[in-house]
Design a protein around this ligand. Structure first.
Ligand code: F6P
Ligand code: MG
Length: 444
């Protein structure tokens, strides 16, 4: 890995990173300020009038934060005492003293490495709430996550009907068709994301089963069949000898995407590809829409008992609840997933997690952020191999299911590159529109 491409940074004008730092981050912070103002009365009702001082403290920090983003000030320290505070303190100090060879530039909002600064931002926002007395557990992104689920009830019912049909033991299902359809549904669920617009518009309903086959041309790399032959096939053959076959899903967003991912888990278990599926979420509200434990609990409860929920979704909810209770589906939220580290560093930075993942047969990484961390958020040449970009990360075979929302990708074929060049010429919008996707196999 002698030649590393440069990291993406917000200072490069015209890029999505630049637009994110300039427009999207201030908008997200403003959205939080507006939310607190709008909810003042209900928060007082819930927590008592003392909550006003908490709200005032948060508003003060956020108006300063917004100003500092917009004027490209250096990142400040995270002055808190959480489990990961020391890691952040050390990293910030390493980066400021340029102990890391490729971080010689200033650590400011625009000039710092985009991924690092973005993780710092969500960690800082959380810290601001965590320091208050009454709002330390408050999930300020909860409303938009729940709305995403409620806005997609028809799609959820449709995919629930599909899994209910094919998970029956004697269901006459063509397995390859089943796997492909389910993984593509889970993939396109990643498009219905609200972080891209700061949480105010998530009408991209391209997550239904029927959309999956229509969108085949937009999948730039499709290693699903390869993965079935190399990973899932052997797993099924081993079903009689092994009783501890495990698959992991590193979740991304709540709402329709999470439902799709739970359907993937249900599929692997019910069709005999795994005895256990471990799903990994975030320990704190993260990148607007990412799944936390309360989101997971709420989603399963909604599937089971929500208003306006269809019969198929209800049946799915009940099945999922049983799987969770029996330990066939297990939830975890290791702090590494809310660190700014690229995944090649997991072996060193989170040895316990790395060793644990070695027990898995397959990891599915969902979404854009996971992909950015797999390839280190670097400006790779498009034809750099995925393996090179992942820099040796391989606790076990893994598959990235990702719609492209940030300007980093590796492993494209000459043919795809030629098609994209012809269609878009110099214009890079295909890399950030969420219209294109990759299903890439790594770790073998
Ligand atoms: O701010 C940009 C970003 O971090 C991109 O990675 C992506 O556009 C979005 O936020 C999160 O996407 P996802 O939920 O798919 O990881
Ligand atoms: Mg996300």
């Amino acid at each position: 890995y002698d030649h590393l491409a440069p990291k993406l940074r917000g200072k490069k004008e015209g890029t999505f990173a630049y637009y994110t730092v300039r427009d999207r981050w201030p908008k997200i912070v403003t959205g939080l300020v507006d939310q607190l103002a709008q909810k003042r009365a209900s928060l007082i009702e819930k927590y008592g009038s003392e909550v006003e001082s908490d709200i005032a403290a948060i508003l003060e920090v956020f108006s300063k934060l917004r100003y500092e983003i917009m004027t490209d000030k250096p990142l400040c320290n995270l002055m808190d005492t959480q489990l990961d505070s020391e890691m952040w303190r050390n990293l910030l100090s390493d980066m400021r003293t340029a102990a890391m060879p490729d971080e010689v530039e200033d650590l400011t909002f625009f000039k710092g490495p985009w991924l690092f600064v973005e993780c710092w931002l969500y960690r800082f926002i959380w810290s601001t709430f965590a320091k208050t007395i009454r709002l330390s557990e408050y999930d300020y992104f909860q409303d938009s996550k729940r709305k995403n689920f409620l806005d997609h009830l028809p799609q959820i019912e449709e995919s629930a009907a599909f899994i209910n049909k094919i998970s029956a033991k004697d269901a006459p299902v063509h397995e390859l068709f089943g796997i492909n359809t389910i993984l593509k549904m889970s993939l396109w669920g990643n498009r219905a994301d609200m972080s891209l617009t700061g949480g105010d518009d998530h009408t991209l309903a391209m997550s239904s089963m029927s959309a999956s086959s229509k969108l085949a041309d937009f999948v730039l790399i499709d290693d699903v069949n390869d993965m079935i032959v190399k990973v899932l096939g052997p797993l099924k053959i081993n079903a009689n000898h092994e009783t501890n076959r495990r698959i992991d899903i590193i979740l991304d967003n709540s709402g329709v995407e999470l439902t799709g991912d739970l359907i993937v888990a249900e599929f692997f278990i019910s069709r005999g590809f795994a005895d256990k599926v471990v799903i990994h979420g975030k320990a704190i509200p993260w990148f607007v829409s990412d799944v936390t434990k309360p989101d997971l609990d709420w989603t399963i409860e909604q599937l089971k008992n929500g208003e306006n929920i269809g019969e198929e979704s209800r049946a799915l909810g009940e099945k999922l609840e049983k799987r969770m209770k029996s330990g066939q589906i297990v939830y975890q939220d290791h702090l590494f997933w809310i660190s700014p580290h690229a995944y090649y560093a997991m072996e060193k930075e989170a040895r316990d997690l790395y060793d644990d993942l070695k027990n898995s047969s397959l990891i599915i990484f969902k979404g854009d952020l996971n992909y950015r961390k797999l390839v280190g958020d670097r400006d790779w040449d498009l034809d750099t191999s995925f393996k090179t970009a992942c820099r040796g990360f391989a606790p076990c075979p893994f598959m990235a299911l990702r719609t492209l929302k940030a300007e980093t990708v590796a492993g494209l074929s000459e043919e795809s590159i030629a098609i994209l060049l012809e269609k878009f010429e110099e214009d890079n919008t295909w890399m950030t529109s969420g219209e294109y996707a990759v299903c890439q196999l790594g770790g073998i």
